[in-house]
Design a protein around this ligand. Structure first.
Ligand code: PMP
Length: 393
């Protein structure tokens, strides 16, 4: 039987063998000693993956990235407060809508499609008014555009404004140093560069963000309220059982396995190496796309994300190529941003595959073969060679 095609969409992604094995265990109780230990270890390890300080609070709740976004929108902002949304696409629109529903006065600084918003523009917007918080999408999965999270966090901090970053398509794949940069919230979900199946909402909040959540006049819905979850997270970190709502008892131990793959015990600079591995993988994929005569959606390479490639269809090609790419061995995704949806496709390259050159080269091969099937003539071997040699440099 032929191998299953590689899952190369921008999440969910291919997971490692160790994480897969961890998800195959019989489901434990949420108060089993082994589970309590794994939950506590996972929360501790999240701090390392987030490059967060000891005063930051990690949260792990059953759910997805959207739940993590909504928890941030409702815990950082009171009704009637003004917030700034740095909008670089589909997920910026979602965050703005959530904040509106929270009753916030939402001001946006919006990039042209496929462009980024420079940190200086965020600083200018913050100077134009008073804000309770700024929200930005680290990598917008719809266009593959990255923002300068370090610069935005610094601009917010300088002005005493809380900063929150949606890292769903970035966390553990793009450089992010929560403590050093002074960011207040970095949120994600398990199914992307964290390297797990879908099902966990994950975020880390700074002491200032926790203070804000504790002082709200209008509390969030109970299941989103950080103050509901805080004693639970604290209990598991103290290796004690606790209960508010049943945790995802199969996924949490797998999370600990996955996070430890990212930062092995005693490893120095593991996250920096991980970020570099994603950069290298992205550059190698781009060498393949360039060899095929394809161009990226982001308007400049400097803000093209390392976790995925958003690629324009060449003339005469449309989304019908996706099925042929799959038949050739890789599942990739269509466009997502409503303004340009039919004009491009997306290839994820994050998590376990960044350490698997064969998977990356096979993906370039599948794209090239699919393009040839629909009549776009390109040299498959040359593209594979371009990616392979970039990976071996
Ligand atoms: N933000 C970004 C940047 C995302 O890529 C996604 C998922 N594609 C989400 C939020 C929402 O995550 P979920 O689908 O897990 O709710």
């Amino acid at each position: 039987m032929a191998d299953a095609p590689l899952l190369m969409i921008p999440g969910p992604i291919e997971i490692s063998e160790a994480v897969f094995q961890a998800t195959c265990a019989r489901p434990p109780s949420h108060v089993a000693p082994g589970f309590i230990q794994a939950f506590g270890d996972a929360l501790d390890t999240m701090r390392e993956v987030w490059c967060a300080g000891p005063d930051a609070t990690p949260f792990c709740v059953a759910g997805g990235g959207t739940l993590a976004m909504e928890s941030a929108a409702t815990n950082l902002v009171d009704r009637g407060e003004r917030v700034l949304v740095v909008n670089t696409g589909y997920f910026g629109d979602r965050m703005a809508e959530m904040l509106r529903r929270r009753g916030a006065d939402v001001v946006q600084v919006t990039a042209a499609v496929a462009d980024t918003v420079p940190a200086e523009a965020v600083a200018d917007a913050l100077d134009a008014n008073t804000f309770a918080a700024v929200f930005a999408t680290h990598v917008d999965t719809s266009t593959g555009v990255r923002v300068d999270a370090e610069g935005i966090a610094a601009a917010a901090k300088k002005r005493g404004v809380l900063s929150c970053f949606d890292g769903v398509c970035a966390t553990a794949g793009e450089r992010f140093e929560m403590a050093a940069w002074g960011a207040d919230v970095y949120l994600t979900a398990s199914q992307k560069a964290i390297g797990l199946p879908a099902g966990l909402a994950l975020w880390v909040a700074s002491a200032a963000a926790m203070e804000k959540a504790a002082s709200l006049k209008s509390p969030p819905p109970m299941t989103l309220d950080w103050n509901t979850w805080l004693p639970i997270m604290q209990a598991y970190q103290a290796r004690r059982p606790s209960y508010f709502s049943t945790p995802a008892t199969t996924l949490v131990p797998a999370l600990q396995v996955g996070l430890r793959e990212l930062v092995p015990v005693g490893s120095e600079g593991a996250m920096q190496k991980r970020f570099l591995a994603h950069q290298r993988a992205a550059e190698a994929m781009r060498a393949g796309w360039t060899s095929l005569g394809l161009s990226l959606v982001p308007t400049a390479p400097s803000h093209a994300a390392y976790t995925l490639s958003a690629i324009r269809y060449p003339d005469g090609v449309d989304s019908s190529v996706l099925g042929h790419i799959k038949a050739a061995g890789a599942i990739v995704a269509g466009g997502l941003h409503p303004a340009i949806k039919p004009t491009y496709f997306r290839v994820g390259h994050m998590g376990d595959v960044v350490g698997r050159p064969n998977a990356l080269v096979s993906t370039v091969r599948a794209v090239a073969e699919g393009l040839n099937v629909v009549g776009y003539r390109c040299d498959v071997e040359e593209a594979c060679q371009a990616t392979a040699s970039a990976l071996s440099d």
